[in-house]
Write a protein that binds this ligand. Structure first.
Ligand code: NAI
Ligand code: MG
Length: 354
C-alpha cells in the first residue's frame, strides 16, 4: 500500500512525540512492505512564528493532498497572551472545522502492566475498556462569544443535523463493540441537552440491538472514577467530552498513553494524543510517546484499514510496558525511567527484532 500522511508536530513536546510515531510507522511500513510518504507541516505556535498564522494555507494544502494527518500538540506560554486569532489552539479548532472532523474517538483501555501508575484502586480499573465519542465541531467552543470588563458570554448551540450524525456514529461504533451506549448530557438544565436526548431516543429505533442509557454529566464524572469498567461507548457533546476524557486519563494513570482519532464519516482522519504540548517537560527528551504512537495505530486502523498492522503496534506498546519499561510520567518511584527515544526504540525492536 502506498499512502500520504501529513505530520504536524506543533509545539512543546509535539516534535519529540511525532518523531517517535513516524519512526514506528516507518518500521511497520518496512515490515509489511508499505510506502508511507510523510510530509511535515506547520501548525500552532510554530506556524505563528513562521507564518503569523496558526493554520497557514500551505498546511491546509498539504493536508488536503494527504490521506491522513498525524498531529502532536499545540500551545505554550510564549503565545498565551496573543489575541484569540493568533493563538495556537485556534489552529487546532480551525483544522477540525476545515475538514469537518465532527467525531472524536478517545479509547481508554487499561493495560494491566501500567496500572501501578493509576491513583485508582486496581480492582476498579483493571477491566476498563471504554470509548468516548466526543462531538468536535459544534457547541460552546464554536459559538459566538464576547466579553468586556464587566460581562462575558459564550453560546452553546447544536442543530439536529449535528447531533444526528454524531449519535449515528456512536451507535455504529457501539455495534462494533459490546452494543452498550451511554449518552451523556445535562438535560435537567440545558435545552441543547434536551434536544440531544430526544434525538438519541429517536435513533434507538434504528439500532434495536444496542442498549442505551442516558446519564447526566455530573454523575457521569463521578461514576467514571468509582466504576469506570461499567462503561462501553460514551457519546457526548464537545465540552463534556473534553472534560470527561481528560478525567478518564486518571484511569490509566497518565495522559501520556491516551490516543485519539477525529473523523468525518469517511476514511480521512486526524490523529493526535489527548494530551497537550506539556511545556513543562518540552525539549528534555523525556515525554511519553505512547499516546502518539497509539494514535498512529488508530490511523492505520481507521484510515488505511490495516487492522493487523494497527494491532501489531498496540501489542508492541503493551509488551514494552509488560517488560517494565516506562518514561518518567509512569515509572514507579525508585525505578529508572527511559527517555522518549529509548522507549521508542523498545517499541520498534518489538516490531522489527534485529
Ligand atoms: P498538558 O496535557 O500539556 O500537560 C498536563 C500535564 O501532563 C503536564 O504536567 C505534562 O507534563 C504532563 N504530560 C502531558 N503529556 C505528557 C506526555 N506525553 N508525557 C509525559 N507527561 C505528559 O496540558 P496543559 O499543561 O494544561 O497544557 C499545556 C499546553 O498545551 C497549553 O498551551 C494548552 O493550551 C495546550 N493543549 C493543547 C492540546 C492539543 O494540542 N490538543 C490539548 C490540551 C492542551
Ligand atoms: Mg482537553
Amino acid at each position: 500500500m502506498e499512502k500520504k500522511i501529513t505530520a504536524l508536530p506543533g509545539d512543546g513536546i509535539g516534535p519529540e512525540i511525532v518523531s517517535s510515531a513516524v519512526q514506528v510507522l516507518q518500521a511497520i511500513a518496512q515490515k509489511y512492505n508499505h510506502t508511507f510518504h510523510i510530509a511535515v507541516g506547520a501548525i500552532g505556535g510554530a506556524a505563528i512564528d513562521q507564518f503569523n498564522d496558526p493554520l497557514p494555507q500551505e498546511t491546509i494544502d498539504l493536508c488536503e493532498a494527504s490521506d491522513a494527518i498525524l498531529l502532536g500538540a499545540v500551545g505554550g506560554p510564549k503565545w498565551d497572551n496573543n489575541p484569540s486569532d493568533l493563538r495556537p489552539e485556534k489552529g487546532l479548532l480551525r483544522i477540525r472545522k476545515h475538514f469537518d472532523l465532527f467525531s472524536n474517538l478517545r479509547p481508554v483501555q487499561a493495560i494491566p502492566s501500567m496500572l501501578h501508575s493509576s491513583p485508582l484502586k486496581e480492582e476498579n480499573v483493571k477491566d476498563v475498556d471504554l470509548l468516548i465519542v466526543r462531538e468536535l465541531t459544534g457547541g460552546l467552543y464554536f459559538g459566538e462569544r464576547n466579553r468586556d470588563e464587566e460581562n462575558a458570554y459564550d453560546t452553546l448551540t447544536y442543530s439536529r443535523k449535528e447531533i444526528e450524525r454524531i449519535v449515528d456514529n456512536a451507535f455504529q461504533l457501539a455495534r462494533l463493540r459490546n452494543k452498550r451506549l451511554t449518552s451523556v448530557d445535562k438535560a435537567n438544565v440545558l435545552d441543547t441537552s434536551r434536544l440531544w436526548r430526544q434525538i438519541v431516543e429517536e435513533k434507538k429505533a434504528d439500532y434495536p440491538d444496542v442498549e442505551v442509557e442516558h446519564s447526566l454529566v455530573d454523575s457521569t464524572a463521578m461514576k467514571l472514577i468509582t466504576n469506570p469498567a461499567s462503561y462501553d461507548v460514551i457519546v457526548t457533546e464537545n465540552m463534556f467530552g473534553d472534560i470527561l476524557s481528560d478525567e478518564a486519563s486518571v484511569i490509566t494513570g497518565s495522559l501520556g498513553v491516551l490516543p485519539s482519532a477525529s473523523m468525518r464519516g469517511d476514511n480521512f482522519g486526524l490523529y493526535e494524543p489527548v494530551h497537550g504540548s506539556a511545556p513543562d517537560i518540552a525539549g528534555q527528551g523525556i515525554a511519553n510517546p505512547a499516546a502518539t504512537i497509539l494514535s498512529a495505530a488508530m490511523l492505520l486502523q481507521y484510515t488505511f484499514e490495516l487492522s493487523d498492522e494497527a494491532k501489531e503496534i498496540e501489542q508492541a506498546v503493551a509488551r514494552v510496558f509488560e517488560q517494565g519499561f516506562f518514561t518518567g510520567d509512569m515509572a514507579a518511584k525508585g525505578t529508572a525511567a527511559l527517555s522518549t527515544d529509548e522507549w521508542t526504540e523498545k517499541v520498534i525492536a518489538e516490531i522489527n527484532p534485529s
